[in-house]
Ligand binder design. Structure first.
Ligand code: IDP
Ligand code: MG
Length: 156
């Protein structure tokens, strides 16, 4: 099982898309194991986006991410990190395919609704930035055996 750090960005929250976006992950069969609404501080935004420091869009990105509340999620499943990125679609709303979150709900390249970890190391780093001890909950889904084929002893 993998866990991805997902952020519903300020535009998603302001536009009333929280429920519809979370539904994309639930509909797919992924499990929500952490969730909260919060305001990102400039310091946290800088840590989260440290790889983008110095890029032309960086200052605007930090202003955007700190401008209004976000919803952060920990989303779990087999291969969840790559599955979440696929559900999100390409970075720019103008390019993202229909059927993806960015493709269906937005047109902007900077206000692109959602963040998702891009690999196992960044997921681990980002989850630790946004969730404290005990905030990611281990819970057993009653439907697990219908989401995954567990007959072989592991989730298929
Ligand atoms: P990702 O969110 O798809 O992983 P990254 O390249 O990691 O994309 O960029 C982080 C965020 O920075 C993007 O989601 C977007 O909000 C913003 N961003 C990236 N490139 C640009 C750009 O060229 N113009 C404006 N904003 C950008
Ligand atoms: Mg990225």
């Amino acid at each position: 099982m993998e866990t991805s750090l997902i952020i519903l960005k300020p535009d998603a929250v302001q536009r009333g898309l929280i429920g519809r976006i979370i539904s994309r992950f639930e509909d797919k069969g992924l499990q929500i194991v952490g969730a909260k609404i919060m305001r990102i501080s400039p310091e946290l935004a800088a840590q989260h986006y440290k790889d983008h420091i110095g890029k032309g869009f960086y200052d605007g990105l930090v202003r955007f991410m700190t401008s209004s509340p976000v919803v952060v999620l920990a989303v779990r499943g087999v291969g969840a990190i790559a599955i979440c990125r696929k559900l999100m679609g390409a970075t720019f709303g103008s390019k993202a395919e229909p059927g993806t979150i960015r493709g269906d709900f937005g047109v902007s390249n900077s206000f692109n609704l959602i963040h998702g970890s891009d690999g196992p190391e960044s997921a681990e780093r980002e989850l630790a930035l946004f969730f404290g001890p005990g905030e990611v909950i281990e819970w057993k889904r009653a439907t697990e055996g219908w989401v995954y084929d567990l007959s072989g002893g592991k989730a298929e």
